[in-house]
Design a protein around this ligand. Structure first.
Ligand SMILES: Nc1ncnc2c1ncn2[C@@H]1O[C@H](COP(=O)(O)OP(=O)(O)OP(=O)(O)O)[C@@H](O)[C@H]1O
Ligand SMILES: [Mn+2]
Length: 424
């Protein structure tokens, strides 16, 4: 009996000891995680969680969605090139389209015609546009309609190494962003077409003196003239020019100017743009909590939509965002598609830190599962002069990231349940 009591006593003592040690360990681990290195462990933990979620993704996310057919044919019809008679009439129509941040209607017979005007109307006057930091021009088309021009800097298969915001603009990213916005019903991007222009006849000959002074003309070995442009902007300098081919043709994009006034605001998820300095949101997994009280839910949901959009195309440069009638517009998408092999998960921070998403966005994202998203954008952009807009590697990147978005929403559903979906 006494021996039994002793055994029980020893067992109890052992259990207590184990509990104390384990408790201390747990406390130690907690201390390590939360106090010592919060960002590393929490970001890592989140990444692991998402990786796990991707492995467990329900087949509906990997397969085609039958609901696709409700949207695909209407979209294809809407963007099928259509002849036009009078460009001015179409520009008048398009200038009346914007309402709040919606820049164009979901389906409208004038859209395909409008795209044709941007592809075909002659360029009548060219000036530098010294807005922003990157090289861009202001082109005037017939009847005084103005559009922004961004030139090609890179080949489609160039891989931009370094920070997510490294390098110069990728011109076709602006076109891709337009079609992605159309498919995902984020009709908050400017209307954009690709176009091959001639640096001599379309640009130099139509330029004012300031523009002409921001170009170089050199004689080549075979006696022809080569025209190059360095432009006028914050980062513009004579050493960094864009030049055309032997005929002085160069690819670029024409970006329709969004009518109305835009306001610029600092993004709460702005980067520091210094390799050795981290922004508060990068280390604080509870970063969104105070924002939820401080910011209108509408604005927060817009920023979360924008984060999903930017993550898909890998635009990590939305340091400021612009609003039209207090709603976010997705202007400036040129810094996307830098490196197809790299996914910067932190672009999605607004989504995984806030765990909120518009119900309409979530429904729409699910319609284009199973490889359909990039396939459809391909079909829509087939008539663009710069088709294919991105390489297959980049397309695979977009599809891979769409799965990550699904996985992050699944993670948030575990955390928040249905209350993460908002109707605003
Ligand atoms: N399609 C558009 N419609 C109306 N305004 C525009 C449009 N595109 C650009 N702008 C205006 O011009 C400014 C500069 O354009 P954009 O942001 O594309 O240039 P950027 O050189 O890439 O700038 P940053 O270096 O800040 O990224 C924008 O902030 C906006 O106010
Ligand atoms: Mn930019």
């Amino acid at each position: 009996m006494a021996a039994n009591k002793r055994t029980v006593g020893i067992i109890v003592a052992l259990v207590i000891l184990v509990c104390v040690v384990a408790g201390a360990n747990l406390y130690f681990m907690y201390y390590l995680n939360v106090e010592e290195a919060p960002h590393v462990s929490s970001t890592r933990a989140l990444e692991n969680m998402i990786r796990q979620k991707i492995r467990e993704l329900h087949p509906v996310y990997l397969n085609r969605n039958p609901r696709l057919f409700m949207y695909r044919n209407k979209l294809l019809k809407n963007y099928k090139p259509a002849p036009y008679e009078n460009a001015t009439v179409l520009w008048d129509i398009a200038n009346w389209w914007p309402q709040e941040n919606e820049i164009y209607p979901i389906y409208d017979t004038s859209m395909a015609q409008l795209l044709q005007t941007l592809r075909l109307e002659p360029i009548t006057k060219v000036t530098n546009l010294a807005k922003g930091t990157q090289l861009k021009l202001l082109l005037r088309l017939a009847n005084k309609q103005k559009v922004i021009f961004k030139p090609q800097w890179y080949e489609r298969d160039a891989v931009i190494e370094g920070a997510v915001y490294a390098g110069k603009d990728r011109h076709t990213a602006e076109v891709y962003a337009f079609y992605l916005g159309a498919v995902l019903d984020f009709r908050w991007t400017p209307i954009v077409v690709g176009r091959v222009v001639n640096l001599k006849t379309d640009i130099y000959d139509k330029g004012d003196s300031e523009l002409k002074n921001s170009m170089t003309i050199t004689e080549t070995e075979n006696g022809t003239e080569q025209y190059c442009l360095f432009g006028k902007c914050h980062y513009c300098n004579e050493e960094e020019t864009v030049c055309g081919d032997e005929q002085n043709n160069i690819e670029g994009v024409l970006i329709y100017i969004v009518p109305g006034s835009l306001a610029k605001r600092r993004s709460p998820w702005q980067r520091t743009y210094k390799e050795d300095k981290r922004a508060p949101w990068e280390d604080d997994m509870n970063y969104c909590k105070p924002l939820k009280d401080k910011m209108e839910t509408m604005r927060l949901l817009d920023l979360i939509d924008a984060a999903i959009f930017d993550y898909l195309i890998q635009n990590g440069d939305r340091h400021h965002y612009e609003t039209r009638e207090e709603r976010l517009v997705l202007i400036d998408n040129g810094k996307a598609f830098g490196n197809p092999n790299k996914d910067h998960l932190d672009i999605l921070a607004p989504l995984y830190q806030c765990c909120l998403i518009r119900k309409t966005t979530w429904d729409r994202l699910q319609v284009f599962s199973g490889g359909v998203l990039t396939e459809l954008i391909d079909r829509l952009s087939k008539h663009d002069a710069l088709f294919p807009l991105i390489t297959d590697k980049h397309k695979r990147g977009v599809e891979r990231r769409l799965l990550v978005v699904y996985a992050v929403v699944e993670y948030c559903m575990d955390r928040e349940g249905d209350k993460m979906f908002k109707q605003l």
